[in-house]
Design a protein around this ligand. Structure first.
Ligand code: PHE
Ligand code: ZN
Length: 883
């Protein structure tokens, strides 16, 4: 069956135009229903007569019967809100077509035909930012996953691969630059109108099509591949942004080099264009030879971007570039295979960033994202496997599970195989499936064959949702230490019973005396229970487990605070050391929230944590980047995950109280640290980056303990800053304090950067996520700020995603925070459904929250559900979230 339409209307039914079509919102698409498309579309010729308010699209398709599919008398061309202006078959006006909902169905008698289709679209009216839309006077496209059908009628599914030739014409003054996929073949002009013709030699699915027309300037450079191809590189931005593109260009060149060296992948066109767009639903898009980026992931300089922003640019530039092989040369057969390209490409970008920067710190950051965002998804109503079985709206499946857990699953294969064998597996995959629309199964088989692994049982990671829980107990007898492992995979929606999965756990057993271990082991936990014995231990060893976070699981074990303090100081695996610090804090906070501690116990626990912190502050073998990680508190989201029913108010209180306790216990060390770090001049190297990181970390602890001291320090850091990392860090601290300096600093920041939308986004976010008791009122006021608009996704996210992630305000006891998010969803849904639907997630956590708040959250979800007229995106998320 054609996966891109409702199951109720099989292809080949000539009466389908009259058949009742299910309302969009109720159509469920299933992976098991996949069938190849009955037609091949080898050639696509597109002609665009461009205008911001009216663009005329003429599409000429060569279609021929697909020998690998069941024959059909008709061809289904997907549309979304399109009006057909003209249709010809083999040069004659067509009378054998019908509309089926939004799709165009044409009866075709022969083996091979040429279809000519004309549509008229209005890019300026396109607020969904899918298809062809206007952004700041320029025109651009976004076609993944199903945006091409908003441009012209087409079999909009990833397994239909075509060669594209595209002609664009339009007013030269308005659109001086005309870009498309592939290479420019020809261009010209007459008077005020000009045109360009582009040709992309690589067959591709429609979701990789892109076009850009506008007044843009480029930073240009070139890269010569190992094979000797000279590639012209351009980063296109609006006039005035050029001096903030150097980092993007350097990141691109580094990505190209890295992919040659590490995965043996070379670029395959003479041109690579990147365009920065300020209205964009996601981070960036890997269109063949013409990547379109959210400005957030292109523009960066010392004055306006933080170190985190710089890393974000490097990571996303890498990610999109790597898609040229993992995504474009080999694409997905259907959207259920999304993790084939996304999980693998996230792994590739993570490894790239690990090699460019600090590998341990990058690993810790990636795990933090996974546990802060994906674990909650996996334990909530939206849980799905990395290869889902069904969906209503594919946009809803661009999730941390598909992306980040998908990357972890492939990383486990790499851990099991070893780097070298894994490379043989990926070589085989690229070689075997080049030019195809492949499946996750193809990938797994290629890794099995190339790397020599048996992944039969491992395939369960693709079908089973939920984060496995591994419990482990250590016993000691004579000279032998025995580890008893158990695994348990929680039930998730639609999956009550799970089978044990192979879980690769890197472990080490430390001798308490010497503080050393004699080598790491890889334990494969592939049964529900397993015992592993290690000889040669005169005394009970200290277990270091899931080193490097070798498996995306939670570890449940009885471990003493002493052992955690030991590991926090001694573990030679940086992740495990970080983890020991986290466990120390998590253990304390979870019991504190549960009210299990009297004040003596609480003091003792805080004392131990303070000692561990002191050791980290004093350990001069640590670099500051790593030190900053070790001093990081577990997030509210991660803490909530540790509890069956989270009490957001209590978690927030206890977390702030611990922060304050550490701030006062370590006041002088923190002040010394801040002073030492402040003395280092600005540079982009790791030492200077690390110094900036610990500077703000120190401030946050001091702010909880000594608000006045911290306010003074932050004010100085703010006004003396010569870079955005320091300035934003200081402002973040000030924004959370009820200090007289707060208003002045916020005002200064706004006035200084009011013309820079990305920095104004920061200004919105800092206030919406601040620790200030009046956040709710602040957010309401910001909603009415002249710079706020629902039309720009970055701005909406800056205000409301930051707010929804802020524990105390979003979870305000009276439900005001929930109401605000629900109101936003209802207001945003008709404007930008994709972005609106993303705000359902925080409300969907209701099952894991204490009863009073839970009822309020559920109530808001019900209010949205009852509103009617919802987009398919929001409808699906709300329905699933209600359970
Ligand atoms: N494919 C893009 C990426 O991961 C993400 C994206 C999806 C962008 C859908 C836009 C729309 O790199
Ligand atoms: Zn991607």
């Amino acid at each position: 069956m054609d996966i891109a339409r409702t199951p109720a209307t099989p292809d080949g039914n000539p009466e389908m135009a009259d058949a009742a079509v299910e309302p969009k919102a109720s159509a469920i698409i299933r992976r098991e229903d996949y069938t190849p498309f009955p037609w091949l579309v080898p050639q696509v010729h597109l002609s665009f007569e461009l205008g911001v308010e009216q663009t005329r699209v003429t599409s000429r398709l060569t279609v021929e019967r697909n020998p690998a599919a069941d024959a059909s008398p008709t061809i289904r061309l997907n549309g979304d809100g399109l009006k057909l202006s003209e249709l010809q078959v083999d040069g004659e006006p067509c009378s054998t077509h019908a509309m089926d909902g939004d799709d165009l169905v044409v009866t075709l008698p022969g083996e091979r035909h040429e279809l000519t289709i004309v549509t008229q679209i209005d890019p300026a009216a396109n607020s969904q930012l899918m298809g062809l839309y206007a952004s700041n006077g320029m025109l651009c496209t976004q076609c993944e996953a199903e945006g091409f059908r908003r441009i012209t009628f087409f079999p909009d599914r990833p397994d239909v691969l075509s060669t594209y030739t595209v002609r664009m014409s339009g007013p030269a003054a308005q659109f001086p630059i005309l870009l498309c996929n592939g290479n420019k073949a020809d261009s010209g002009g007459d008077g005020d109108t000009h045109w360009a013709e582009w040709h992309d030699p690589w067959p591709k699915p429609a979701y990789l099509f892109a076009l850009v027309a506008g007044d843009l300037v480029a930073r240009s450079d070139s890269f010569t591949t190992t094979g000797g191809r000279t590639v012209e590189l351009n980063v296109w931005v609006r006039d005035g942004d050029l001096d903030r593109t150097e980092h993007a260009m350097e990141s691109l060149k580094r990505s190209m080099k890295w992919d040659e060296e590490v995965f043996g992948r070379e670029y395959d066109l003479d041109l690579f264009n990147i365009v920065a767009v300020s209205d964009f639903n996601m981070g960036a898009m890997e269109n063949k030879g013409l990547n379109v980026f959210n400005t957030k992931y292109v523009l960066a300089d010392q004055e306006t971007a933080t170190d985190g922003d710089f890393d974000g640019v490097e990571g996303v530039i890498g990610h999109e570039y790597f898609h040229n092989w993992s995504g474009n040369r080999i694409t997905c057969r259907d959207w259920f295979q999304l993790s084939l390209k996304e999980g693998f490409t996230v792994l590739r970008d993570q490894l790239f960033s690990q090699d460019m920067d600090s590998a341990p710190v990058k690993r810790i950051e990636d795990v933090r994202i996974l546990r802060g965002v994906q674990f909650p998804e996996d334990s909530g109503p939206l849980a799905h496997s990395i290869r889902p079985d069904s969906y209503r709206e594919i946009s809803n499946f661009y999730t941390p599970t598909i992306y980040n857990k998908g990357a972890e699953v492939i990383r486990m294969m790499r851990t099991m195989a070893g780097e070298e064998a894994f490379r043989k597996g990926t070589d085989l995959y690229f070689d075997r499936h080049d030019g195809e629309a492949a499946t996750c199964e193809d990938f797994i088989t290629a890794i099995e064959d190339g790397a020599g692994l048996d992944l039969r049982q491992f395939r369960l990671w693709y079908s089973q949702a939920g984060t496995p829980k591994v419990s482990v107990a250590v016993t000691h007898d004579g000279d032998t230490a025995a580890l008893t492992f158990k695994q348990d995979i929680p039930a998730t929606p639609g999956q009550a019973d799970k089978q044990p999965m192979p879980i690769p756990l890197r472990i080490a057993l430390f001798d308490r005396e010497s503080g050393k271990h004699d080598g790491e082991h890889l334990v494969m936990l592939d049964t529900a229970e397993k015992e592993v014995r290690f000889a040669g231990f005169a005394a009970p060893p200290v277990l270091s487990i899931n080193r490097g976070f070798s498996a995306p699981v939670t570890i449940d074990r009885a471990v003493s605070r002493d052992d955690l303090v030991f590991l926090a100081a001694k573990d030679d695996d940086p992740f495990a050391r970080y983890e020991a610090m986290q466990d120390l804090m998590v253990g304390h906070l979870v019991s504190a929230v549960a009210g299990e501690m009297d004040s003596a116990e609480r003091d003792a626990a805080r004392q131990d944590i303070a000692c561990a912190f002191a050791a980290v502050l004093e350990d001069d073998r640590l670099d500051d980047l790593m030190r900053g990680e070790l001093l990081m508190m577990p997030s509210q989201a991660y803490l909530s995950e540790q509890m069956l029913l989270a009490e957001p108010g209590r978690i927030h209180e206890e977390r702030e109280a611990l922060k304050a306790a550490l701030g006062s216990a370590l006041e002088s060390q923190l002040l010394t640290l801040h002073k030492r770090a402040s003395a280092l001049p600005f540079a982009l190297d790791q030492a200077a980056k690390g110094a900036r990181k610990v500077k703000t970390v120190a401030l946050t602890y001091l702010a909880a303990a000594k608000p006045d001291t911290a306010s003074d320090l932050a004010e100085k850091q703010y006004s003396g800053a010569d870079n955005m990392t320091d300035r934003q860090g200081a402002l973040m601290v000030l924004a959370g304090l009820q200090s007289p300096a707060r208003t002045g600093a916020l005002l200064d920041f706004y006035n200084r950067y009011r013309d820079n939308p990305l920095v104004v986004d920061k200004w919105f976010s800092l206030q919406a996520s601040s620790l200030h008791p009046q956040v709710l009122q602040h957010v309401k006021a910001l909603r009415d700020h002249p710079d706020f608009t629902l039309k720009n996704p970055n701005r909406v996210r800056a205000l409301y995603m930051a707010f929804a992630a802020s524990p105390h305000a979003f979870h305000a006891e009276d439900g005001e925070g929930y109401r605000m998010i629900a109101d936003l969803i209802l207001e945003l849904d008709p404007i930008n459904a994709q972005t609106a639907a993303r705000f359902v997630t925080p409300l969907g956590r209701w099952q894991r929250i204490e009863p009073a708040r839970s009822a309020l959250m559920r109530g808001e979800l019900e209010r949205i559900a009852e509103a009617g007229n919802l987009s398919r995106d929001t409808f699906e998320q709300v329905t699933r979230s209600l359970g």
